[in-house]
Design a protein around this ligand. Structure first.
Ligand code: GLY
Ligand code: MN
Ligand code: MN
Length: 381
């Protein structure tokens, strides 16, 4: 759980950032962030609401149609605009914090009805809002480095995902549909207290293992197929992201095994390369070199130094920042270096389309002071 104090510290950092920027540029800046709205699924049925990550990161407040204003120049620097209490809403939809709850439970200096929020006419109109690039970049730089409390939530999310993968692997057999494994993954996520998935699970068999973002999950798993499961839960707004590949009937062909071993070697080397001062780009160069060498040795490519040839089989990055969003903010894969507190996925893959061999192995790795910690280590590969 993230404490009230931690949310407050985050807001104070943003308020100080705005105060400094205002001084520097002689403009009174403030930040305005929105929680987002509930999208429609069908006619008047709504999707479950997932709050905007930046908004939640600074407030801990998860209701739709709310606005956060952080204004270092106002007498009430932390303002929340929220949906007012409505007895009819309480009957149909349930509890809302309302203005009183926003003040009492979320510590804001002032709470207003969101119906009164008007970007142009809101109080303090002499102040420029800075909710766009500058302030978001700053919030993202904070979100990139995880606190101990955030790491604890990410570990919990990882544990739930590990359990889900284990159960799916156990019940997998030929003749069942991919969606039966998807159902089991989601069952474990929810039964362990996750809100659900952090991204729609990929349960791909046979040719589908070569479709990077396959989510139909509607084919029958056949003997001789590989099964690729890329699935992770979201627990208290924090994601995990794991991929494993196994043989549907428990036995890989020697060709499947050879390719698997190359991916595994590249993944293990990439994990070893995660340490403060190293870079995302170096790790990617490493997986590319090992995969290129393996593809050459196995006869799939002629020239291990030809990026075009390699790209036919390994066409994605090695990993991405992970946190509140599965593809989290604050990291540029070309330029960013590892800093303790960052969490990255390590997920090299090889996809041989004409052989229905798609293999990706993905773990979640925390950068520590001394090196790294694999949050998803306990799931065999
Ligand atoms: N599951 C999405 C990804 O691995 O990036
Ligand atoms: Mn990933
Ligand atoms: Mn993934």
């Amino acid at each position: 759980m993230i404490s009230k104090n931690e949310f407050k510290e985050r807001r104070n950092k943003v308020l100080n950032f705005l105060a400094d920027l205002s001084k520097e540029e002689k403009v009174n800046y403030k930040a305005v962030l929105k929680s987002g709205s509930q999208k429609t699924f069908a006619n008047d049925v709504k999707y479950p609401f997932r709050v905007d990550s930046d908004f939640y990161y600074l407030t801990g407040f998860a209701e739709p149609d709310s606005v956060l204003v952080l204004d270092p120049h106002a007498s009430n620097p932390y303002q929340l605009y929220v949906q007012a209490h409505d007895p009819l809403h309480a009957i149909w939809e349930g509890h809302r914090e309302g203005l009183e709850g926003a003040k009492k439970n979320f510590d804001c200096d002032a709470a207003y009805d969101v119906d009164d929020f008007n970007e142009e006419k809101e109080p303090n109109t002499n102040k420029k809002s800075s909710s766009t690039k500058d302030v978001l970049d700053f919030v993202h730089s904070l979100r990139t480095i995880k606190s101990n409390a955030e790491i604890a939530l990410m570990k919990k999310s990882a544990q739930i995902s590990i359990q889900a993968h284990r159960v799916a692997q156990e019940i997998c057999t030929t003749g069942i549909y991919e969606y039966e494994l998807e159902a089991v993954l989601c069952q474990v996520f929810r039964s362990q207290g996750a809100s659900g998935w952090a991204y729609p699970p990929i349960v791909a068999s046979g040719a589908n293992t070569c479709i990077l973002h396959y989510t139909e999950n509607n084919q029958i798993i056949k003997a001789g197929d590989l099964v690729l499961i890329d699935a992770g839960s979201e627990y208290q707004y924090y994601a995990s992201d794991i991929t494993r590949v196994f043989a549907a009937d428990g036995k890989m062909t020697s060709e499947q095994k050879d390719v698997y071993d190359v991916v595994l070697q590249s993944q293990l080397a990439a994990i070893e390369s995660v340490k403060a001062g190293g870079s995302f780009a170096q790790t990617h160069d490493l997986t590319t070199a090992i995969i290129a060498e393996g593809l050459k040795n196995l006869g799939y490519i002629k020239d291990k130094n030809n990026p075009e040839e390699i790209k036919k089989y390994y066409m994605h990055g090695t990993g991405h920042s992970l946190g509140m969003d599965v593809h989290d903010c604050g990291v540029d894969k070309k330029t960013s270096v590892y800093i303790p507190g960052m969490v990255t996925t390590i997920e090299p893959g090889i996809y041989i389309r004409d052989k229905n061999i798609g293999i990706r192995i993905e773990d979640d790795v925390l950068v520590t002071k001394d090196g790294y910690e694999v949050l998803t280590q306990e799931l065999a590969k």
